[in-house]
Design a protein around this ligand. Sequence first.
Ligand code: GSH
Length: 210
Amino acid sequence: MKLYSWEFAPNPRRVRIYLAEKGLTVPVEDVGVPGKPILNPDFLKKFPHRRVPLLELDDGTCIGEAMAICRYFEALHPEPPLLGRTPKEAALVDMWERLAEWEGMHAVSEYFRNAKRSFAGRALAGAAAPIEQIPALTERGRHRVASFYEKFEFHMKGREFVAGDAFSVADITTLCAVDFAETCGLGIPAGCTEMIRWHAAISARPSAGA
Ligand SMILES: N[C@@H](CCC(=O)N[C@@H](CS)C(=O)NCC(=O)O)C(=O)O
């Protein structure tokens, strides 16, 4: 078994944090090309969707998408539960994890991939053919990130975790989205005190360094 990852990319980090929280060790191969914002061409041949994370099982099965990989490990190693402990909590974790990906991670990506010169012609992750940047999408991405912070700030009032009362993949995806935003200069606004509190607590967990 091997996990294909990319050190500075936010989505493989979701899986690395998940594994660290579970106490699981999986061999990891970084498939980034040193000094360039691209993935190794040999890796791209392996997975037509051309994205990381990717988990390759010993029988050659390739599992892409961060949450699909987490679900695979959750079924094998249920403790500690990171996808919710009851049907209600599982639904809430799923809901908030998806919201963090769509309203957080995708919003930051929209800003980042349309703004960075080094991603010219690669405005969508995983596209084989060139996808040109659309400058107007940087502004739209910025607005979407602001809206993400606003909504999550409202939700986090008095809460320790994003979904339910235990740490879960909803916290992991939200953390990775926020840290990705910070690297783009779109960090948590000073007025979002609930988010700042939550972010400090989650960042202090040893898994955050994964
Ligand atoms: N929805 C996917 C997103 C995966 C994704 O976008 N990965 C990025 C890195 S964060 C990638 O592989 N990009 C390849 C590229 O930019 O060429 C998941 O959950 O795993």
